[in-house]
Design a protein around this ligand. Structure first.
Ligand SMILES: [Mg+2]
Length: 193
């Protein structure tokens, strides 16, 4: 899949901003594996975002082994099984960019860019790395993200957003068919836009 050009005002289509962790790539399983807590994966307390709390450890304890693993941790995260289908649905809906927030470790961004280059090629430039995702909020921009707060903030700033269903967010009951949910939401957004 080729990265697409910046939003064409004449196309009347919205731009899509796509989160990585929890949407395209499986950060959670990799983190649970590092902590030797794979048991939590199947029994996630529905709607609870705070990963350290779920594991019963401090923030520092949660991030320490991940930061120790450095860029390689982020570069080697596996795609979710629905990644290809989701990306083609997104590409059919409009021009898109990755919008991802790094951890506190500077090497996280390097690993994420490595991941993107492995996936989309060395010349891939359609990405933004930064925590304040709401800065990109505009009526013609639609964020797809698994974090409740990111989605709320993006909408509050005038953007459109789809909360990607995951056990750790408010759409946890919709994880049975994530792609159908996103498709339906994209159709609604298109109808309104
Ligand atoms: Mg995410």
């Amino acid at each position: 899949m080729n990265p697409l050009a910046p939003l064409d005002a004449e196309s009347q289509r919205f731009g899509l901003l796509v989160d990585m962790d929890g949407v395209l790539v499986d950060f959670v399983t990799a983190a649970l594996r590092l902590h030797d807590r794979m048991d939590v994966g199947e029994n996630w307390p529905a709607g609870t975002w705070d990963f350290p709390t779920v594991l019963g450890i401090s923030d520092r304890e949660f991030w320490h082994p991940i930061h120790e693993a450095g860029a390689e941790f982020w570069a080697s995260l596996t795609s979710y099984p629905w990644c290809d289908e989701l990306l083609s649905l997104i590409a059919d809906s409009g021009d898109w960019s990755i919008l991802t927030s790094p951890s506190h470790d500077p090497y996280c961004s390097a690993g994420k860019i490595s991941w993107l280059q492995q996936r989309f090629g060395r010349g891939f430039r359609n990405f933004l790395v930064g925590p304040p995702k709401w800065l990109c909020a505009r009526p013609d921009q639609l964020l797809i993200d698994d974090n409740d707060s990111n989605v709320r903030n993006f909408r509050a700033r005038g953007g459109q957003a789809i909360l990607f269903p995951q056990p750790w967010n408010e759409n946890h009951a919709l994880t049975i068919d994530r792609i159908s949910y996103v498709r339906e939401q994209l159709e609604q957004a298109r109808a309104i836009g």
